[in-house]
Ligand binder design. Structure first.
Ligand SMILES: C[S@@+](CC[C@H](N)C(=O)[O-])C[C@H]1O[C@@H](n2cnc3c(N)ncnc32)[C@H](O)[C@@H]1O
Length: 270
């Protein structure tokens, strides 16, 4: 085993996706339609999308908040997982998925399908994501809604709606927008969560650390720059702030694959 094998990462992704990520025409179309509309190829990879789906399932999430929609690829992954969870629950419970009736003929209530709420700052990308979601048979806005605006404008509105009782709290938050605001989005995510056991997942934290100048040097001299504040540069970063945040337990996992060398931070609310 050697870290030099990382050049094989894309090949390994191709092989594992072939066997483990079922073909999904809605997702395939989202990639191709986004490329056709000159959207940059910065959506999660098929493996990453599947990973997000599995995390949604194992965390029993019902309401997902996503910051950064792009063409809707990850939104579809979340919506697929929510729909499957509701379907499986209702099947086990002897109910069907119809939500138009309060109770099924056996007197039991079906589990609500759950919903993805995604925020996108770019109107053209929002429009395209709605096209892609609809093409993937995700009902907009019942199963996934895409809110237009800068996340820091939209998030307080969601907070007000939650306080007013017109919107449910979230149990899974996926932060995937501008890297400069990762801490602010994380903080809002925790505030808008249901509470213990809710998950906040921030993508691209490793690239943000590297490209943000948090690490310097080459070879054996490489090190983490602890002197940034003294130099009047960018202050504490996401990882340091989350490390001092008593509301959560968190970890950063480094990743390699078709999307290069990167990593995510995942926090669970205590
Ligand atoms: C990496 S892409 C999201 C990819 C998407 N989650 C996926 O995997 O399919 C980031 C998106 O965040 C949007 N964005 C950037 N800054 C934003 C902000 N302040 N508020 C809301 N969205 C923002 C960008 O326009 C872009 O579409």
């Amino acid at each position: 085993m050697s870290i030099n094998n990382v050049h094989l990462a894309t090949t390994i992704d191709t092989h594992t996706e072939l066997h483990l990520v079922r073909p999904d025409p809605g997702l395939t179309h989202t990639y191709s339609n986004s490329t056709a509309h000159n959207i940059p190829e910065i959506a999660v990879s098929p493996s990453q999308g599947k990973f997000l789906s599995l995390l949604t399932t194992i965390s029993s999430a019902r309401n997902v908040l996503e910051i950064g929609t792009l063409g809707g690829y990850s939104s579809i992954c979340f919506a697929r997982a929510l729909k499957a969870a509701a379907h499986n629950h209702n099947h086990d419970n002897g109910t069907n998925d119809q939500e138009n009736e309060h109770k099924n003929t056996n007197g039991r209530s079906p589990r609500p399908k759950g919903k993805v709420t995604s925020i996108e700052i770019d109107p053209a990308r929002r429009e395209l994501s709605i096209q892609n979601l609809t093409h993937a048979n995700v009902k907009v806005p019942e199963e996934a809604e895409v809110l237009l605006g800068a996340a820091l404008d939209v998030l307080p509105r969601l907070g007000t709606e939650i306080e007013a009782g017109t919107r449910e709290r979230f149990d899974f938050v996926f932060v995937d927008a501008d890297w400069e605001r990762q801490w602010e989005y994380f903080d809002w995510g925790v505030k808008l969560c249901k509470g213990r056991g809710s998950v906040v997942y921030v993508d691209n934290v490793v690239r943000a650390l590297i490209e943000g100048g948090f690490v310097e040097g080459e070879g054996r001299g490489v090190g983490f720059r602890e002197d940034r504040e003294k130099e009047g540069e960018r202050g504490e970063g996401l990882v340091e702030k989350v490390g001092r945040d008593g509301r959560v337990e968190a970890v950063v996992m480094q990743t390699v694959g078709a999307k290069d060398y990167d990593g995510f931070l995942m926090a669970v609310v205590k």
